[in-house]
Design a protein. Structure first.
Length: 1013
């Protein structure tokens, strides 16, 4: 009896674990670890640049384990192949037929990477294909590969008769032959100055034609088997006719450019991009995995340590975005034939980012009020549906076949409304590079994911052009903090380098993107073992908080676009909401179809973001279905605010929706719970309605916040970020006890100073530039029963223990008292505290990291030697004799006599200048806990001894200042640094970066004052 019962319990446990692995909701029961030590899946990961499958297996495994040892949760395993051969072909000596994606050699390496993750207790993401994961090796006749639609055109003679072979015949399968009357035509010049050469040749102009509405006619059935047609289109006095022919074909575009001759296997052709507008494209990818990669051993390990299958931002090119099933999908969705209106979608309906300078040679517009935009919008809506089928097929397969999840950079770059499809992957991902670190851009991405209940919103973090080996961690942290403020709660760092030898590669080793983009993290960067781990711990703890519970957002902003701008400009440009502390994200009306898009008690999405109001700005566009939903929400009690005037109407093919929407809008404006305000007056209207921010702010700067509620663990969290130094207060809606959580050290203690105002907490805060604060709220009795409502500036810190209470750290200053919440006034003592002192005499031992004598030895970390420098002030290495072109480690030491000769002191804080890159502090050889790099303040109390104390600060630099000094000698995969720089128009190398400890260091003594209540 017991044996079957145990077996049943084991099966139930396994089912629970498997379900959790593919459960992408905020309510998922997963192993989260703790705030101090988050589980691997909650920690940041590295995108790992694998050169190809020829590399040393043990080195790959060591790289993965090394990442885990410094605090990463694993890697995103990306077979890079020189950016899919885009930046350079296979280097001499490499064989991508033998070492391509999915080959036996690759499978062996993939298995080894999984084993390394299992041995180190990490989690592995993996690209679904080489390079960006947008395709796989395949037979070139596979109809699941990418399709293209190419247009051709010709002017019809003035007689109106066309007899002959249609333009472009033989280019592919004819989809449509369309004629149209052309009312006018003109050339329009394009400004493409400064375009990077690797994006391809830019157009200098395009032809704009104005077509007469009602004259677009399809003649495909009149075309003979040889491509000939005879048409009589009639004559007109002031216009001409044009013929447009459209052909579909397999593009054979590749995500791994490679071709071996003769071609004997699928790997001899590199890897083809798959169709992204149908489920068939996804099936080509999944069938490849099932046939070539998912052996029993690989599958078992993937299900054990795998996390996300992944696809990058979509950088595929075409003439016109297409799939053969699109005409049928279009008709079933919109009720009319796509083919006659194809001339209207032949401009700017390819990749609107990568091909922004190649939008098409002809733009056709109608002589109608919307110029035919409605047809374009319908076409793009059909693309949304096709792309959704692709995403759903991938997601379904990875969920069911591997019990894992899918992460993808959804939609953007393609001519679609990005927000429409974000809910259809498990972990939607954005990126810092293309989003320009714009918090508003991130909010556009986060809204649909939040409404769909996604637990993770991921970000490809830290790519900056021309910053290889020079991106400082302070900059990286700024990018991360802005992303978190915008709703991101997971980062994948861009990226980690393979550290072994590789073909055509000198020291410092394989450099993805050939020195074009940051960053190349590995132990060849001095910070890897000297402070970068503190950064990763900080990020991991922030992610722990931001993946706890459910994100709550004050306001939703309506946002409907035909194609999302790939540069992600700010949509809500007024600052009133931010200034008052209101949080907001965006939703497309496409998202109103989600099951979570309901209103209860006047709240939209009550189990998710819990929006208290909806804002519609005058520059947005209402759809008929969207305004119907909004009317329904308003009737259910959701406040709807129209800001700055009436919104526009989202165009449809025949314009029939325009009057419908305009009438519905007028009815909406007369409805209960609907309000009209001037631009920039939304916050004032919300306040007049009694709708307060969950985290209200009053500050002389700009503060961004997030708010999360974790009912399972009884802890709510406020995350606050300020880009610049500022002071003020936050007013938070919570009756729970506040705790301060330090993501740098992993500690948690009750907040000492705040005030109560009913069920709100008012907390004074002071921020350094790029600093964050995390405040937790709980009903736990671990907090102090009384707190300070008035806290003197001389209280510079405190310790807390549940059994003894708070012990204040009081610095030099006028004698002051502290007011407790129970009305008691506590004197802070009459001791004369020792005065602060500057630490001005430092010895710097600079450890120089340089190339080995044999510069082709790419596996060497560095050759090292030391120089000693005596400093009376802390300045950049670029200002120190002999260190201008130096990179490495700085060992800064000074001596502190303890106790001070004048005044009392029980301890002291070391205040360091802002840390540009990384730093670790040691006192008498003992390493101190991690500290906030934005405002370094380190308690030395328990480390100081009587007499002389050595204080050491170990400061790593970036490697760029040295690397740029020998750049002419360096290659990666056969490509020289200066060659690739010239390819992007860089005539000189990027400048040196400031390095080292820069500024003033101060010692602030304090005395301990127990807070006796």
């Amino acid at each position: 009896m017991w044996k079957p019962l145990v077996h049943l319990l084991s099966l139930c446990l396994l089912l629970q674990l498997v379900t959790a692995d593919r459960d992408d909701q905020t309510s998922a029961h997963i192993n989260r670890g703790s705030f101090e030590d988050p589980a691997a899946r909650l920690r940041p990961r590295f995108r790992y640049w694998l050169p190809d499958a020829s590399v040393d297996v043990k080195t790959v495994q060591d790289n993965i384990k090394s990442a885990g040892a410094i605090g990463a949760g694993g890697v995103e395993f990306l077979p890079f192949y020189n950016y899919g051969g885009e930046l350079a072909p296979a280097p001499k000596g490499s064989d991508w037929s033998k070492y391509g994606f999915g080959t036996p050699a690759f499978r062996k390496l993939f298995l080894a990477a999984l084993q390394a993750h299992k041995q180190a207790g990490l989690a592995m993401d993996f690209a679904l294909g080489p390079n960006q994961g947008q395709g796989v090796p395949a037979d070139p006749s596979d109809e699941g590969l990418q399709w293209d639609l190419e247009p051709f055109s010709v002017a019809v003679p003035k007689s109106g008769r066309f007899i002959g072979k249609i333009p472009g015949w033989g280019s592919g399968k004819l989809v449509a032959l369309v004629s149209a009357e052309v009312l006018s035509s003109k050339n329009i010049s394009m400004d493409t100055a400064g375009t990077a050469s690797f994006l391809g040749a830019a157009q200098s102009y395009y032809i704009q034609m104005i077509l007469k509405n009602g004259t677009l006619t399809e003649w495909s059935d009149k075309v003979s088997s040889t491509g000939h047609v005879s048409l009589d289109l009639g004559t007109t006095k002031s216009s001409t006719h044009h013929l447009f022919a459209f052909y579909q074909f397999l593009s054979h575009n590749k995500n791994l450019e490679y071709a071996a001759s003769p071609s004997k296997t699928i790997w001899d052709n590199g890897s083809y991009i798959v169709d992204h507008y149908s489920a068939r494209g996804a099936q080509t990818t999944t069938k490849f995995w099932e046939k070539y990669l998912l052996t029993e051993e690989v599958k078992e390990l993937l299900m054990s340590v795998g996390h996300y299958g992944w696809e990058d931002s979509i950088e595929i090119k075409s003439n016109i975005s297409w799939t053969p099933g699109l005409p049928m999908l279009f008709r079933s969705t919109y009720g009319y034939d796509l083919k006659p209106v194809l001339p209207l979608i032949m401009y700017n309906d390819n990749n609107i980012n990568i091909q922004s300078t190649q939008p098409g040679t002809i733009q056709c517009l109608l002589n109608t009020p919307d110029q035919g935009l409605g047809y374009v919008n319908d076409f793009r809506g059909a693309l949304v549906e096709g792309y959704r089928s692709y995403l759903q097929e991938l997601t379904s397969w990875i969920n069911s076949e591997l019990n894992l999840q899918i992460s993808a950079q959804v939609s953007y770059n393609l001519p679609m409304d990005m927000e429409a499809n974000i809910p259809y992957v498990n972990a939607p991902e954005c990126e810092s590079l293309q989003f320009g670190d714009n918090i508003d851009g991130y909010r556009q991405f986060a809204g649909p994911a939040n409404l769909a209940g996604k637990r993770v919103i991921s970000n490809e973090m830290g790519a900056v052009i021309l910053r290889a080996y020079s991106l400082q961690h302070s900059e990286l942290l700024s990018f991360i903090n802005r992303a978190v403020a915008g709703g991101v709660n997971q980062v994948v760092l861009h990226g980690q380098s393979y550290t072994g030898n590789y073909f055509g590669t000198t020291w410092p080793g394989y450099t993805a993107f050939s020195y074009l983009f940051s960053e190349l993290y590995s132990d060849k960067q001095p910070s890897w073992n000297h402070g970068f781990g503190d950064v990763l711990d900080y990020v991991g703890r922030v992610q722990y908080v931001q993946q706890s519970g459910v994100p709550r957002t004050d306001v939703v902003i309506y946002n409907k676009v035909s194609a999302t701008n790939p540069n992600f400009p700010t949509m809500y440009s007024a600052i009133d909401l931010i200034d008052a502390g209101y949080t907001y994200t965006y939703l497309s009306p496409d998202n109103f179809a989600l099951p979570e898009a309901t209103v209860q008690n006047g709240i939209l999405g009550p189990n998710g973001p819990s929006y208290k109001a909806m804002v519609i700005t005058s520059d947005s566009n209402l759809t008929a279905e969207g305004v119907h939903h909004i009317q329904k929400y308003a009737r259910a009690g959701l406040p709807v605010i129209l800001s700055g005037g009436d919104p526009g109407v989202y165009a449809t093919h025949d314009g029939s929706d325009k009057s419908t929407v305009e009438k519905a809008l007028q009815a909406l404006k007369k409805s209960r719970n609907v309000y009209v305000v001037s631009a920039g007056q939304v916050a004032a209207k919300l306040q007049s309605l009694g709708i307060q921010p969950r985290v209200a702010v009053q500050t002389n700067g700009t503060w961004y916040s997030t708010w999360r509620e974790d009912a399972q663990n009884g802890m709510d969290h406020a995350f606050l970020f300020s880009e610049y130094a500022s002071d003020g207060t936050v007013d938070i809606a919570s009756a729970k006890t506040p705790f301060i959580l330090d993501p740098w050290s992993g500690t948690k203690k009750p907040l000492l100073g705040y005030k109560r105002d009913g069920e709100r907490v008012v907390i004074p805060l002071s921020f350094a530039a790029n600093q964050t604060v995390v405040i937790g709220f709980t009903d736990s009795d671990d907090g102090a029963s009384d707190y300070a409502t008035q806290l003197p500036s001389t209280v510079i810190g405190y310790d807390y223990a549940h059994d003894t209470g708070a012990v204040l750290h009081v610095s030099d200053g006028s004698s002051q008292s502290l007011l407790l919440s129970n009305g008691t006034r506590v004197r802070l003592g009459d001791k004369h505290v020792a005065s602060p002192s500057s630490l001005s005499q430092w010895t710097l031992i600079a450890e120089h990291w340089e190339a080995p004598t044999n510069i082709s030895d790419a596996a060497t970390i560095a050759t090292k030697h030391n120089t000693t420098h005596h400093l009376s002030s802390l300045v950049s290495w670029t200002q120190i004799e002999g260190l201008k072109n130096t990179s490495g480690l700085g060992y800064y030491t000074t001596t502190v006599s303890w106790p001070p000769s004048h005044g009392s002191a029980d301890g002291a804080y070391l205040l360091l200048p802002r840390i540009e890159h990384a730093a670790r502090v040691f006192v008498n050889g003992k390493r101190l806990p991690g500290f906030d790099f934005a405002a370094p303040r380190i308690d030395l109390g328990q480390y100081l001894q009587q007499g002389a104390n050595q204080v050491a600060v170990v400061v790593p630099t970036t490697m760029w200042n040295y690397i740029r000094s020998i750049a002419g000698e360096l290659e990666s995969a056969g490509v020289g640094v200066k060659t690739v720089m010239a390819g992007v128009g860089a005539t000189t190398l990027p400048a040196r970066r400031v390095n080292g400890l820069i500024g003033t260091a101060t010692l602030i003594p304090y005395v301990k004052v127990p807070l006796k209540v």
